[in-house]
Design a protein. Structure first.
Length: 262
């Protein structure tokens, strides 16, 4: 029997969810819109907590959630729930989450994801610790039990295949994501790991193609930059690094220095 040929994965098959908050629209989001989101505009969705006419009038997909503008577990899980529900309602094949202080390299992301078998259960990202997370799962009758699981640090970005996302629905759809987050009393990224590894028994794929702000961007040699999926640029040299990376990847961008264009 012939296998049905699958069309190759395209960048536009990836639902890119960016988590932000009103007070970071001007300081962080604006920079992303100028750089990598300009390359992925149609399939990038910005999840925030306050409307922004400047952003929506430019045609970017902005999703204004009812989530509180706070850094609490509950507020962050509320945004992750919105990302999940919007992805499920879309026709995209992958959900990739990034924070608003991430530089995403779309070409590298596509190369990473297209290497996975079609229709497989994939949760890929960078583990935030060098060992599994330990948590207390709340059980009925005020009991708890120890649980161990790997999770991908949200600050480095992670992706879920549609097949796996569908299986997560009993713990992730609608109000359930926040409820699951409350069961382990941990934030959004840990909750994703808990659902995948403990509720579904599926192991996270550990990737060294995602980077978090715990690492020093300066350790990356320029020739490696085109291969990396996502960068963090913490501190006040953020803007400089973002521009440099973007101009390395897209040297013909109008505002890139001429010297880089050759
Ligand atoms: N964030 C949010 N609401 C807040 C504060 C932060 O949605 O009140 C988002 C922020 O836009 C970012 C992520 O949460 O995408 C992580 O925030 P940040 O980078 O400031 O902190 P970190 O957890 O990385 O130290
Ligand atoms: Mn951060």
């Amino acid at each position: 029997r012939e296998m049905k040929p699958q069309p190759p994965l395209e960048l536009t098959d990836i639902f890119i969810a960016v988590k932000t908050t009103g007070r970071f629209h001007k300081t962080r989001l604006a920079l992303l819109l100028e750089t990598w989101i300009s390359k992925t505009k149609d399939h990038t969705y910005i999840f925030t907590d306050s409307p922004d006419e400047d952003v929506s009038s430019e045609g970017f997909n902005i999703v204004v959630t009812d989530c509180p503008p706070e850094h609490s577990h509950q507020a962050l899980s509320c945004k992750m729930a919105a990302e999940y529900d919007h992805f499920m309602a879309s026709d995209k094949k992958w959900l990739c989450h990034v924070d608003d202080d991430n530089y995403l390299n779309p070409g590298a992301l596509l190369s990473l994801l297209e290497a996975f078998p079609v229709d497989s259960d994939i949760y890929v990202g960078k583990p935030s610790l060098d060992r599994p997370m330990r948590a207390q799962e709340m059980l009925e009758g005020n009991k708890t039990r120890d649980v161990h699981f790997w999770f991908a640090t949200g600050g480095a970005g992670f992706c879920l295949s549609r097949k796996l996302a569908e299986k997560m629905a009993p713990w992730a759809s609608g109000p359930r994501f926040e409820q699951t987050s409350a069961v382990i009393m941990l934030p959004d990224d840990c909750t994703v790991g808990f659902i995948v590894e403990r509720r579904l028994g599926i192991s996270m794929v550990h990737s060294n193609m995602f980077h978090s702000h715990l690492e020093n961007l300066l350790l990356l040699v320029p020739s490696d930059i085109p291969k990396q999926v996502r960068f963090f640029s913490g501190g006040c040299y953020i803007l400089l690094n973002f521009d440099k990376i973007h101009c390395l990847l897209y040297p013909t961008t109008s505002w890139c220095p001429v010297a880089l264009k050759s």
